[in-house]
Design a binder for this molecule. Structure first.
Ligand code: PLP
Length: 256
């Protein structure tokens, strides 16, 4: 199961699914690439047997590394399976990793490990709980901002992700004009839709070490880009909704 469906901005209920899976003889494998470090992932408590993530999303490290955890049930299956891989053979990683001085079986990317170590330190300094809360609040502020402009979310709001918000492209607006203006004029990169959603949705990422500042400028630039192409937007309405979301009472977060 994919925890955070990045292409549609949907967060799947991995805890609930884990409870159901307890009654089945199956391994629970969860992709937390765009959620770990930004949403609640309790690997053992959620009954996850294999959990995978990447360095480049909510962990906010450079791309190029992946992390994987396996519990005893998962290792049992690995041990029973004849490996057809060489470089990605988990048994070799376990063997090298359990030496007195842990190693990797092949030459690792040492510079990336330093970067990952630093990224994890930043996460622990902020505190995991505070970080997850910051992501939830960023999502809420983004959702409130786009709705105040009059845009529609692609997914149901209850299922919407704390790390990326997918928004329906307004009628008549092209991907090239909208995302092009956002990128070239306002220097803000929005993600497009994938496959059949190309041109039909755009996505606002709010994962990693992002703050209210990025969200305010993104929503402001969306307002200006839409207005430039003739959409009826009262400048500042989306931004005001973002500000409101971050005011005391709506948000007990200490500013990051
Ligand atoms: C980004 C992402 C991946 C990995 O894709 P990359 O092309 O390596 O970035 C896998 N799963 C999910 C859910 C993702 O968001």
């Amino acid at each position: 199961m994919v925890h955070n469906e990045t292409s549609t901005g949907v967060e799947n209920p991995i805890e609930e699914v884990g409870k159901i899976l307890k009654d089945f003889d199956a391994l629970y494998v969860v992709d937390t690439v765009s959620s770990l470090g930004g949403a609640d992932v309790q690997v053992d408590d959620f009954g996850i047997d294999i959990c995978v993530t990447g360095s480049q999303k909510c962990l906010a490290a450079p791309p190029g590394m992946a992390a994987i955890t396996l519990n005893d049930d998962a290792w049992e299956v690995v041990d029973k399976t004849e490996s057809k891989t060489y470089y990605l053979n988990l048994k070799k990683y376990r063997k090298s990793g359990s030496k007195a001085v842990p190693e990797t079986p092949y030459t690792p990317s040492v510079s990336l490990m330093y970067a990952m170590n630093e990224a994890l330190k930043i996460i622990m300094e902020e505190g995991l709980e505070a970080r997850i809360k910051r992501h939830e609040q960023a999502a809420k502020a983004t959702v409130n901002g786009v709705k105040a402009i009059g845009l529609e979310l692609f997914a149901n709001e209850e299922a919407s992700s704390s790390t990326v918000t997918a928004v329906n492209m307004p009628e008549g607006m092209t991907d090239k004009n909208f995302r092009g203006t956002m990128r070239n004029k306002y220097r803000i990169e929005l993600a497009g839709g994938q496959d059949h959603l190309k041109g039909n949705v755009f996505r606002i990422g709010h994962m990693g070490n992002i703050t209210h500042r990025e969200i305010i400028s993104t929503i402001a630039a969306i307002e200006m880009s839409l207005k430039e192409f003739g959409y009826e937007v009262e400048l500042g309405t989306g931004v005001a909704a973002v500000h409101e979301s971050y005011m005391p009472g709506n948000n007990s977060l200490e500013f990051f």
